[in-house]
Design a protein around this ligand. Structure first.
Ligand code: NAD
Length: 266
């Protein structure tokens, strides 16, 4: 089996990376950064986000697993002291693959035939390059609302525990193929109205944002942030592609939520 390792590049993560590489090679696995079947991410959730984007062109053939060298992560849920146990499992056992939904983001530009398409593992956010974001929100071809506020965040189910949660969005189990639109400080008064609650959209539904004021936007795709100029519209759907995680032991999603946000000692 071919493997690659993504490190956060701090001292501990780099040391674990060298050790894991040595063990896995001794077990007969082949280090291959171009076409790995399994990618071991060592660092935090952000490290796994980097690994995901590095290998997003071969999601069908790659499974991810994460060790955290800081606090417990949602994607990085193995402890550093469990590294040997994990590499033995990678080398010696058939692993279960768990698939999570992704978000597909398409940006259409004014006066241009071309569009840009991205996949997000956590979320995509949109903010104006000016002060207030003003966009028309369309759901499945029907006008829904005119949003005025700081920004909007469309998240995946596994990303619902990240930025979305800080915006008051619901936590969604990643077995549900859905996406969630959460508001960032919407303007709501007698003149301007938004729904004021997060919307959970199922598979095959489409959300389109059309600029009302200013065609330039700051868009994030997970940890990546870019200024997009002359934007005609931004489209969100649940992606057809899915991300695959290698599971060597049960660690139910709700237990991860509990251990991350409530209490990890009980
Ligand atoms: P990072 O790696 O430092 O991540 C920031 C924090 O988000 C870390 O504590 C990480 O564990 C946590 N996180 C990431 N994905 C998560 C998930 N799916 N569930 C629960 N927690 C998660 O920083 P980065 O590399 O820039 O990561 C980008 C991510 O940071 C974005 O995808 C976004 O979700 C998150 N973020 C959160 C906020 C917020 O909560 N207010 C603001 C900006 C960005």
């Amino acid at each position: 089996m071919k493997f690659a390792i993504q490190s956060r590049n701090d001292q501990l993560s780099n040391r674990l990376m060298e050790e894991a590489k040595g063990y896995l090679t001794d077990f007969g696995l082949v280090f291959d950064e171009d076409e790995p079947e399994i990618v071991l991410s060592i660092g935090g959730d952000g490290t796994l986000l980097h690994a995901f984007h590095k290998y997003q062109h071969r999601l069908q053939d790659t499974a991810f697993v994460g060790i955290h060298t800081g606090h417990l992560g949602f994607y990085a849920d193995w402890k550093p002291e469990e590294m040997e146990k994990l590499v033995i499992s990678i080398a010696r056992t058939e692993y279960e693959v768990i698939e999570y939904p992704l978000l597909e983001v398409t940006i259409n530009y004014r006066n241009l035939e071309k569009s840009a398409t991205y996949l997000a593992l956590n979320e995509s956010t949109i903010k104006s390059s000016e002060v207030t974001l003003v966009v028309d929100v369309e759901l499945n071809g029907e006008h829904f609302e005119r949003f005025r506020g700081d920004g909007l965040c469309m998240s995946t189910p596994s990303g619902s525990t990240a930025y979305n949660k800080a915006l008051g969005g619901a936590i969604i189990h990643p077995s549900l193929p859905a996406m969630q639109l959460a508001e960032m400080a919407s303007i709501n008064n007698r003149v301007f109205r938004t729904v004021g609650a997060p919307l959970v959209l199922p598979n095959h539904h489409k959300c389109v944002l059309t600029p009302v004021k200013g065609p330039d936007f700051m868009l994030t795709i997970d940890h990546l942030q870019l200024l997009h100029k002359d934007v005609k519209s931004v489209e969100y759907v649940v992606a057809q592609e899915r991300v695959r995680f290698a599971r060597f032991r049960p660690f139910p999603f709700w237990k991860r939520v509990h251990d991350s946000f409530i209490d990890s000692d009980i």
